[in-house]
Ligand binder design. Structure first.
Ligand code: NAP
Length: 307
C-alpha cells in the first residue's frame, strides 16, 4: 500500500514528487507515455526563473526528476491504463500490474495535437513548436507560420507578431472557430496574413535540422506551393490525458479535470497538478507550482487521516 502515486513526470509530477518525497511519503511516479512532459519537447527554456542564461528543457526536467529521486521518489516506466477510484485505497493498473494508494496526484498533462506530417516530429524543437510563449523569442525578425483556426491559433499569431517579421496564419476552412474578438484582433494586425482553405502537406528541411519551408495546398483551387518559413507553430488544440479517469472524477466537456479548489478534484484524496487541469497558462513554472500545491494537499490529507 502506497501513500501517494503521482501520474506523470513533467514539471508538475516531478515537483509533486520532490515535495512528497521530502515529506517521507515515498511517492511512486508513473512516467507516462511522454516522460518529462512538454519540456522534453523543447530546447532552450528562457522563462523558467533562476536561469539567467536559459536552461535546456530536457535537462531541466531531468534534473527535477533526479532531485526527487535523491529524496527517495521511485519512478516506473509505464502508463496508467485503468483506474478504480470508487473506493479507497485507489486502485491503478499500470501496464499489467495493479497498484494501491491512499492518495493520487494526477499530473498526466495535455498532449499537443499535431498535424501528423511526415517530417513534423523530426523537427520539433528545431523550428516546429506547439508553444509560442516558449519558443517565439527564437524567431525575432523571421518568418513565422501558425496553423489553426481556434482561439489558441489567434492568440499565438498575435503574440508572435512581437517577434516575427511576418506571421502567416494557415487554416483548413474559411470559417474560424475562434471567438469574434480574438479573430478581429488577428484580422486587424498588419503583420498577420491569413490563408484560408489551406492545409499543410509537409514541413522541411530535416537534412539541415531546421525549418526553411512548408508545402501548402489550397483545397479550393488544389494549387500547391512551397512557402518559406523559419518558425512553424502548430496551434490545433491539446488533448488532456485523462482517459482512464472518465466517469471517475469530474472532467469538463473537453476532458480536462474540473478543479474543486486548490488541487482538489471531485474525488476526496485525488489531486490534480499541471496541464491536465490547466487549459489557460500551461507553463513549466505554473505546472511546477501546481505540483507543489498538490503535494502539500496530499500531505495534509494523509496527516489528517493519521498516516
Ligand atoms: P480549438 O478551439 O479546438 O481549435 C482547434 C483549431 O485547430 C480548429 O480551428 C481546427 O479546425 C484546427 N484543427 C484541428 N485539427 C486540425 C488538423 N488536423 N489540421 C488542421 N487544422 C486542425 O482549440 P484551441 O484553439 O486550442 O482552443 C481550445 C479551447 O481553449 C477553446 O475553448 C478556446 O476558446 C480556449 N482558448 C481560449 C483562449 C483565450 O480566450 N485567451 C486562448 C486559447 C484557447 P476546424 O475549425 O476546421 O475544426
Amino acid at each position: 500500500m502506497l501513500d501517494v502515486i503521482i501520474i506523470g513526470s513533467g514539471c508538475a509530477g516531478n515537483t509533486a514528487a520532490i515535495y512528497t518525497a521530502r515529506a517521507n511519503l515515498h511517492p511512486l511516479v508513473v512516467a507516462g507515455k511522454e516522460p518529462g512532459g512538454q519540456l522534453s519537447l523543447t530546447t532552450l527554456v528562457e522563462n523558467f526563473p533562476g536561469f539567467p542564461e536559459g536552461v535546456d528543457g530536457p535537462a531541466l526536467v531531468e534534473n527535477m526528476k533526479q532531485q526527487a529521486i535523491n529524496f527517495g521518489a521511485e519512478y516506473i516506466h509505464g502508463q496508467v491504463v485503468e483506474a478504480d477510484l470508487s473506493d479507497r485505497p485507489f486502485k491503478l493498473r499500470i501496464d499489467d500490474e495493479w497498484f494501491e494508494s491512499r492518495t493520487l496526484i494526477i499530473a498526466s498533462g495535455a498532449s499537443a495535437r499535431w498535424l501528423n506530417l511526415p517530417n513534423e516530429q523530426k523537427l520539433i524543437g528545431h523550428g516546429v513548436s506547439s508553444c509560442a510563449t516558449c519558443d517565439g523569442f527564437f524567431y525575432r525578425g523571421k518568418k513565422i507560420m501558425v496553423i489553426g483556426g481556434g482561439d489558441s491559433a489567434m492568440e499565438e499569431a498575435n503574440f508572435l507578431t512581437r517577434f516575427g517579421d511576418s506571421v502567416t496564419l494557415v487554416h483548413r476552412r474559411d470559417h474560424y472557430r475562434a471567438s469574434k474578438i480574438m479573430l478581429e484582433r488577428a484580422r486587424n494586425n498588419p503583420k498577420i496574413r491569413m490563408l484560408t482553405d489551406t492545409i499543410v502537406e509537409d514541413v522541411y528541411d530535416v537534412s539541415q535540422n531546421l525549418v526553411s519551408r512548408a508545402k501548402l495546398r489550397n483545397l479550393k483551387t488544389n494549387e500547391a506551393w512551397d512557402e518559406p518559413v523559419d518558425g512553424f507553430f502548430v496551434a490545433i488544440g491539446h488533448i488532456p490525458n485523462t482517459a482512464p479517469f472518465i466517469g471517475q472524477i469530474d472532467l469538463d466537456p473537453d476532458g480536462y479535470i474540473v478543479s474543486k479548489g486548490g488541487a482538489r478534484t471531485s474525488r476526496v484524496g485525488v489531486f490534480h497538478a499541471g496541464d491536465v487541469q490547466d487549459r489557460s497558462y500551461r507553463q513549466a513554472i505554473t505546472a511546477a507550482g501546481a505540483g507543489c500545491m498538490a503535494a502539500i494537499e496530499a500531505e495534509r490529507f494523509l496527516e489528517a487521516e493519521g498516516h
